[in-house]
Design a protein around this ligand. Structure first.
Ligand SMILES: C[S@@+](CC[C@H](N)C(=O)[O-])C[C@H]1O[C@@H](n2cnc3c(N)ncnc32)[C@H](O)[C@@H]1O
Length: 330
């Protein structure tokens, strides 16, 4: 029990938990060493900010605040944020990550759903005209028009208009899949999406390859639109209040639309992939029967270089693309 429970009072004077800054990475990297050695933190600053508004973290909004500024710095480094970059931050909370983004020279568009936290972060950055805070639910907001407004107004710390924006966020675990589905097809406006996700989800989303039991349509979706990379693990002790699970940072380098796999329609492609996985253990010649007769599916499988008895977990992204294209031709 390193941090108080959701409904407990916030004690900003309590000593910083000893173990919270330990970060373990899958492989030992330069960044891991940096995190382990760093002694600065946002622990008291975060608790004081919450206290100043008399706020208890809200479970429904996934409010687990980052206590370790080194993790925030690593998130920003994972997105390679440079002077003049335009960065969207989902759920700034107390603004600890926002602060690191500002220090890196970014223009930040922070979108926060909780009116109290939005007010807190607006107040914190009120003197900076390259930080814009919007009180909105990110999953419902029109991010394209917000970004184009900022680009047009030239609201950018170095005055340079970046070609692509980035997303960097410690976001609530319960909206992460929705956010991934929303952002990944936006390679025309975003180059990099770096998210702090639940660890298990991070592994499932990045590492699942065809043949594994965790292989799902979302894996095909992610690889269609991006190149994902698992960066490092962030133990639960780094958050207040402490969640029941660990987290991990994942970066998604978005493909530009010209680099998407060649399918006649992404909509019909993903509809075929979803149907294929509806019967995960069933053969595709059965589950795709509503698209065309089994015999034609078998022929399409063979002409795509696959066995006529193939099941969905045997197909990698390129195989689904070949299958879709040969069914579309049939
Ligand atoms: C996990 S906390 C992280 C806060 C802060 N970024 C940090 O690192 O300490 C998630 C934040 O997202 C906000 N939030 C929750 N749902 C949201 C949504 N749909 N749109 C925007 N913000 C949301 C919460 O109010 C909270 O401030």
């Amino acid at each position: 029990a390193n941090s108080p429970a959701y409904d407990g009072p916030v004690d900003a004077n309590s000593p910083r938990p000893k173990s919270y800054h330990t970060i373990t990475a899958i492989s030992k990297t330069k960044s891991e060493t940096k995190i382990n050695n760093k002694d600065e933190d946002d622990y008291h600053a975060t608790l004081k900010a919450l206290n100043s508004k008399g706020r208890f973290p809200r479970k429904s909004l996934g409010q687990h605040y980052m206590l370790n500024s080194s993790v925030n710095e690593e998130l920003v480094a994972a997105a390679d944020v440079q002077e003049g970059d335009l960065v969207v931050e989902i759920g700034p909370g107390t603004g600890s990550l926002t602060n690191v983004l500002v220090d890196a020279g970014a223009t930040v568009l922070a979108i926060e759903k909780d009116p109290y936290m939005a007010a807190l972060v607006m107040e914190r950055f009120s003197s900076l005209d390259h930080v814009k805070v919007l009180l909105e639910d990110f999953t419902k907001c029109h991010i394209r028009s917000h970004l184009s407004t900022i680009s047009q107004s030239g609201r950018n710390s170095s005055g340079v208009k970046p070609q692509y924006a980035k997303v960097v966020s410690n976001l609530p675990f319960n909206i992460s899949t929705e956010v991934i589905k929303q952002l990944l097809p936006m390679g025309d406006i975003f180059s990099e999406v770096v998210l702090l996700l639940q660890e298990e989800a991070a592994v499932r989303l990045v590492d699942s390859s065809s043949g594994s039991s965790e292989y799902r349509p979302i894996n095909i979706f992610i690889n269609f639109y991006s190149n994902p990379e698992y960066r490092f693990k962030v133990p639960r002790t780094n958050f207040f209040p402490q969640p029941k699970v660990d987290a991990a940072v994942v970066s998604f380098r978005l493909k530009q639309p010209v680099d998407y796999p060649p399918v006649s329609s992404a909509k019909s492609f993903f509809s075929m992939v979803n149907s294929a996985f509806n019967g995960k253990r069933k053969m595709l010649r059965k589950t795709l029967q509503h698209i065309c007769p089994s015999l034609e599916i078998e022929e399409a499988l063979v002409s795509a270089g696959l066995p006529p008895t193939a099941r969905p977990e045997e197909l990698a992204l390129e195989d689904f693309v070949r299958l879709h294209n040969s069914i579309a031709k049939a």
